[in-house]
Design a protein around this ligand. Structure first.
Ligand code: SF4
Ligand code: SF4
Length: 329
């Protein structure tokens, strides 16, 4: 076993970084240790101790890739909170103090698995269902989700489950296969070649990648942005989910007239820089306001919305942000 040790600039928290990310679907997590069980660096063992990050693997590790996977290739986002908008600075500092050390983890070479986990997560419980489905898919495909397209539906339904998300995944994978073969010049639809070709998607221009993904069945702006954030680590791309909208609204990060959810028909034709609705669209507005802190902010709001600022009964009494929250006055 080879061992690598990193001493990232603090704050850094391995579990806060991996848990809310779709990258966690590639790991199992046992008593503070993360073991990569799918895709690139399968078998990598990672843990955090006394501020250091320790990695064990059977072969020599690509240090740069591991740093990216763990989100320690860049300095903490906390150092970059310096906007003209003082309210935004206060909210970001407040959220960062509740969830310190959260970074953005990414893995371009795991594109197929990331796409699979994100598509499966549409209206499905991530912890209870998506992680279990990913494990079953890995088991019956020998770790290549593209192989699903070659298996019988009956086998898939009996071995993975009969939820509509699984059937939708087959359609999404099939449309991504058509894009890879008919438009991006892949000459074969062999599952191994599809796996390798999809890794290259992470290198595309991200706006082009967004539009390609949006042409897949059951892929809307939220899914496309989550895939891009997780596969490329580009933190100016982030999914507009219910937690982002609710927490941003309650903390008055969104201007009152910014209420439009991303619209697929517009996203297919424009980037958020050129879109005629960028002033009223939540994604266009937050991306322009936050730049490449957008993905970090979205992940912080995801955690806060999930744990404390709940939809029906937010835990305002114990919320560490109550002093700066207008909702709590
Ligand atoms: S600003 Fe336009 S392109 Fe960007 S997410 Fe909104 S609708 Fe889509
Ligand atoms: S005080 Fe209440 S409404 Fe405000 S952020 Fe906290 S939980 Fe949400």
């Amino acid at each position: 076993m080879r061992q690598l040790t990193f001493e990232p600039t603090l704050p850094y928290d391995l579990s806060l970084t991996l848990t809310p990310s779709f990258i966690s679907s590639l790991f199992i997590h046992k008593s503070g240790t993360w073991i990569k069980v799918r895709g690139i660096l399968d078998g990598l063992v990672v843990w955090q101790e006394d501020g250091g990050i320790f990695c064990k693997y059977s072969m020599k590790l690509d240090e740069r890739y591991v740093k990216r996977l763990l989100g320690i290739h860049m300095p903490p986002f906390e150092c970059r909170i310096d906007f003209h908008d003082q309210r935004l600075n206060d909210v970001l500092r407040g959220l960062a103090s509740v969830y310190p050390g959260l970074r953005i983890s990414s893995s371009p070479l795991d594109f197929s698995w990331i796409f699979t986990a994100v598509v499966l997560s549409r209206r499905a419980d991530y912890e209870k269902l998506v992680l279990r489905w990913c494990t079953s898919i890995a088991r019956i495909t020998g770790n290549n989700p593209w192989l699903l397209l070659n298996l019988s539906r009956n086998l898939i339904l009996s071995r993975i489950g009969s939820s509509y998300q699984i059937l939708n995944l087959l359609d999404s994978l099939n449309s991504l296969r058509l894009i890879l073969t008919e438009e991006l010049g892949l000459s074969s639809d062999d599952p191994d070649e599809l796996y390798v070709a999809s890794q290259k998607l992470s290198e595309c221009d991200p706006w082009r990648l967004r539009q390609l993904l949006l042409r897949c069945k059951y892929v809307g702006p939220k899914v496309a942005d989550a895939v891009i954030l997780t596969a490329t680590g580009l933190s100016s791309f982030a999914p507009v989910d219910v937690h982002l909208v609710r927490v941003s609204r309650r903390l008055k990060v969104l201007a009152p007239d910014v209420s439009m959810m991303p619209r697929k028909e517009l996203c297919l034709s424009f980037t958020c820089h050129s879109c005629p609705s960028r002033g009223e669209c939540i994604r266009g507005y937050l991306m322009r306001k936050l730049g490449d802190l957008f993905g970090w902010y979205q992940t912080l709001t995801y955690l806060h919305g999930h744990l404390i600022c709940k939809s029906l009964r937010p835990y305002c009494r114990i919320c560490p942000l109550k002093a700066l929250c207008p909702e709590n006055k």
